[in-house]
Design a protein around this ligand. Structure first.
Ligand SMILES: Cc1cc2nc3c(=O)[nH]c(=O)nc-3n(C[C@H](O)[C@H](O)[C@H](O)COP(=O)(O)O)c2cc1C
Length: 222
């Protein structure tokens, strides 16, 4: 079965900017002080596993996960006029077209993560969309934070024809990084077999968005 076409860079792309949702409520995320800088990378690789028992994620650990994966080390306008960034995670065209949304157990709505301000903006999408279903996966996942990986199809389509395989790979790369970072900073993390593909359209009338996977994260129960 072959339903994804080979991506091709457009000859004359028209750059667009990143999607950013409008939302009234926002809050700053925290950082973790002293995130085990001495731990050898090989130890992280060998110890990494999907952990399926969760207590609520400490705000500092959860913020650190998003900061380590998504903060920009450099950004510039490329030859085609797109604003691109180098982050710790690989990304097709350096566009970083995968958005991070999350719902913590106490939050009635989903939040969008802004990597540029390390803050979160509430979006008008209730937790009954996907988050409750995600928490039904495992016994202790009522305490978990749900992460939803959402692709900005308009952004990636501005640069590439047939871009779908790129964003699926981008989303896998982000989830892989989340898995390794979670291991390093002591979080339990597990991707889920649902994508929320269609539900992402509820996030915007103007932008084509597509769900690319969900995951649960939280502090570990030893
Ligand atoms: C795309 C994807 C979807 C997954 N979905 C589920 C899931 O629905 N339920 C689950 O228990 N684990 C899920 N997993 C985790 C895998 O089962 C797990 O990575 C695999 O068993 C290997 O175990 P390890 O990650 O602990 O090494 C998923 C992993 C990936 C990459």
């Amino acid at each position: 079965m072959r339903d994804l076409l080979e991506p091709v860079p457009k000859l004359n792309p028209t750059p667009i900017s990143r999607w950013k949702p409008e939302g009234k409520h926002s809050f700053l995320l925290q950082r973790l002080a002293g995130a085990r800088p001495e731990e050898p990378f090989l130890d992280v690789l060998h110890k990494r596993e999907c952990r399926r028992k969760f207590s609520p994620a400490s705000p500092a650990r959860f913020g650190e996960l998003l900061h380590l994966a998504h903060s920009a080390k450099s950004s510039y306008i490329n030859d085609a006029g797109f604003e691109v960034e180098q982050r710790n995670v690989i990304s097709s065209g350096a566009l970083h077209a995968i958005h991070i949304l999350f719902n913590q157990p106490s939050q009635p709505n989903w939040y969008w993560y802004d990597p540029h301000t390390h803050s979160a903006i509430e979006v008008a999408l209730p937790r009954s969309v996907l988050a409750d279903k995600a928490r039904d996966f495992f016994n202790s996942s009522t305490a978990a934070t749900v992460i939803w990986y959402v692709a900005d199809l308009d952004l990636i389509s501005a640069k590439y024809d047939n871009p779908l395989s790129l964003v699926w790979r981008d989303a896998g790369a982000v989830q892989s990084a989340h898995s390794l970072i979670s291991e390093h900073i002591g979080l339990a993390y597990c991707p889920l077999g649902i994508s929320g593909m269609a539900e992402a359209a509820l996030l915007s009338d103007e932008r084509q968005l597509q769900g690319m996977g969900l995951a649960l994260v939280g502090d570990r129960i030893i």
